[in-house]
Design a protein around this ligand. Structure first.
Ligand code: SAH
Ligand code: SF4
Length: 384
């Protein structure tokens, strides 16, 4: 398990009091014990509090009608229900929303909401600030890892989106956020423990209640962690992007450590795969690099026997990127070849490009700002 030194204690609070947002039912118990709730009441009280926090989405302890005033007072004196600070909020022409939030100094995270994915809407969340892997076509990969996000910071991303979409209390039907995907910044399997704890909170039926079959974790192929991920019961997405090791070594360099054979062994071992629980393969379409019909045919062979679907992603450019997206006709040809072999291969419509919210365009504003601040300083020193 990759537990880097950068994995620091949560600092999600805005005030000096710690926020309870993001904690699981079990994690709430010691907080309640700390303010004097007796042992025999801990289970009941933590369940109550959890329900108010994640079903009703309250931001004020005084709204808890079924707790005595003294207990609410103690909660207020010691804790908050603060979310992180929202620094920026953008809404794209196509309805995609993007928030930039700050959970601690230097810890800035982008969250993207994509409406109308089938009959639903998906929230794309981040697991790390930056990434240690340098996939050559990915903007996030150009940003060094700042640190793993805590489970609180992961849950908070969902809470903030729900606040903004006024999606409280948790609706039973006609939800705006029906699905959650770990396809934002970072490699979720290099932050497995926090991702797993966040999934526990998010999928709990007493609260936000997004079922595990509606949560997808996307990985570049961290083979040793895939087994544990399987036990969580969530959906698996694999960033494949190439059908041979030579090319994948370049596009997704972690392939040098875990090659295609190891990756496919781990995928085949993923539990309960069936037509209703398919693996999603992400395949970014790069002009003249990985988009030939021959590659579509090799892909068909690779996927034989695996319940799968392939998401063809037109490459989303970012400042300084060296690739060009395949044209629509090529992508369509690739997609048709897979469909003819019985593999669903939709072309992912780029969403929110005007607000840099599309796949692989995420990168902390802080880095951009830092760069512009450095430029401004440099100009100032040249023109004092
Ligand atoms: N680290 C994880 C999850 C985050 S990336 C992973 O790699 O799977 C989410 C998806 O966006 C991945 O499939 C990634 O390969 C893809 N992606 C990255 N940069 C992209 C770009 N510029 N254009 C299109 N897709 C991109
Ligand atoms: Fe990291 Fe995923 Fe980007 Fe690769 S594609 S650099 S693993 S975020």
């Amino acid at each position: 398990m990759n537990t880097t030194l950068l994995d620091k204690t949560p600092q999600t609070q805005i005030t000096s009091k710690p926020t309870l947002i993001g904690l699981s039912m079990d994690e709430l118990k010691p907080c309640l014990a700390q303010i004097g709730v007796p042992d025999n009441m801990l289970r009941m009280r933590s369940k109550q509090l959890f329900h108010w926090m994640y079903h009703y989405g309250i931001q004020d302890f005084d709204l808890i009608t079924d707790m005595a005033k003294e207990l609410r007072q103690k909660l207020k004196e010691n804790f908050t229900l603060d979310r992180a600070e929202v620094i920026e909020r953008l809404v794209s022409k196509d309805g995609t929303r993007k928030w930039l939030i700050r959970t601690a100094p230097g810890i800035e995270i982008e969250i993207v909401y994509i409406p109308d994915v089938a009959r639903s809407g998906a929230l794309c969340v981040s697991s790390q600030v930056g990434c240690t892997l340098n996939c050559s076509f990915c903007h996030t990969g150009t940003q060094k890892l700042v640190r793993n996000l805590t489970s609180q910071e992961i849950v908070m991303q969902l809470m903030i989106a729900r606040d903004d979409l006024s999606e409280w209390p948790t609706p039973f039907e006609d939800r705006q956020i029906t699905n959650m995907v770990f396809m934002g910044m970072g490699e979720p399997l290099y932050n497995y423990e926090n991702v797993a704890r966040a999934i526990e909170v998010i999928s709990d039926g007493e609260g936000i209640a997004i079922g595990r079959r509606r949560i997808t974790v996307s990985t570049s192929g961290i083979v040793p962690e895939m087994d544990e991920l399987g036990r969580l019961g969530v959906m698996l997405a694999v960033s494949l992007h190439a059908t041979n090791d030579t090319l994948r070594d370049v596009l997704v360099p972690i392939n040098k450590k875990y090659n295609l054979e190891m990756l496919f062994d781990a995928i085949r071992a993923y539990p309960d795969l069936s037509n209703s629980k398919r693996v999603t393969f992400e395949y970014v379409m790069l002009k003249g690099v990985n988009d030939s019909i021959k590659e579509a045919e090799i892909l068909i062979k690779l996927l034989r026997g695996i319940p799968s679907k392939v998401n063809l992603i037109p490459f989303n450019p970012w400042p300084g990127s060296n690739f060009v997206s395949s044209n629509h006709a090529t992508i369509k040809g690739f997609s048709d070849r897979l469909f003819n072999a019985g593999i669903s291969a939709p072309i992912r419509r780029p969403r929110g490009r005007d607000i840099l919210a599309a796949c692989g365009q995420l990168r902390s504003e802080s880095v951009k700002k830092r760069a512009s601040a450095i430029r401004a300083e440099r100009e100032e020193s040249l023109n004092p």
